[in-house]
Design a protein. Structure first.
Length: 197
């Protein structure tokens, strides 16, 4: 089992990165939440990994934190949830947001993730309840500090990345956006602020 990799980040091609560890290049599939926090190409990066061996492939999945990897492992234990859908869930929300969403039994929020239908969302809530406990989101939610999910901001960042901006530019552009902004208005405002730079 490959549990962690540390090396030079050679390439980022969402959802995959190429990590050079001692001269060996590892292709690692990562959720967008991990991709956002990785350094620039050429810099050193560390990923907690989950290795899957199938009859037709050997797949390596990487995560920025142990909590994210543990959440991924809990997701793929749910009937009908494979690694690709688990990555999609973690690309749509952080591990902490997922834990709080499950505890709130908010299947509607989960159903907004691509590849997750209403029935699958309800099954996720049912099967994951209590299994994602101990994360900071649950503690924050219990004390009333939980912020609403950042899905709109994530959509704006993804749109900017698709338009050719790098992650640093996209993340800088969304900082000034109001909390209740729509995706379309967010993209428009972010593009205006990037045009001024």
């Amino acid at each position: 089992m490959i549990g962690k990799l540390t090396g030079k980040l050679l390439e980022k091609h969402p959802p995959q990165v190429l990590l050079d560890v001692g001269g060996v290049g590892y292709e690692v599939d990562v959720p967008m939440s991990t991709l956002y926090v990785l350094p620039h190409a050429g810099e050193t990066a560390s990923l907690y990994t989950h290795f899957v061996v199938r009859e037709d492939a050997q797949l390596l999945f990487g995560f920025a934190s142990r909590a994210e990897r543990e959440t991924f492992r809990q997701l793929i234990k749910v009937s009908g949830i494979g690694p690709k859908i688990a990555l999609a869930v973690l690309s749509g929300m952080t591990a902490d947001e997922l834990a709080a969403t499950v505890e709130r039994e908010d299947a509607g929020r989960l159903a907004k993730v691509p590849g997750i239908g209403k029935k699958t969302a309800e099954r996720l809530v049912l099967e994951l309840r209590g299994k994602l406990a101990g994360t900071t989101a649950l503690q924050a939610h219990a004390s009333g500090l939980f912020a609403p999910p950042a899905s709109t901001r994530d959509d704006v960042v993804n749109a900017l990345l698709a338009l050719g901006y790098n992650e640093k530019e996209a993340n800088t552009a969304i900082k000034a956006l109001p909390e209740d902004v729509s995706v379309n208005d967010g993209i428009r405002q972010a593009l205006k602020s990037l045009a001024k730079v």
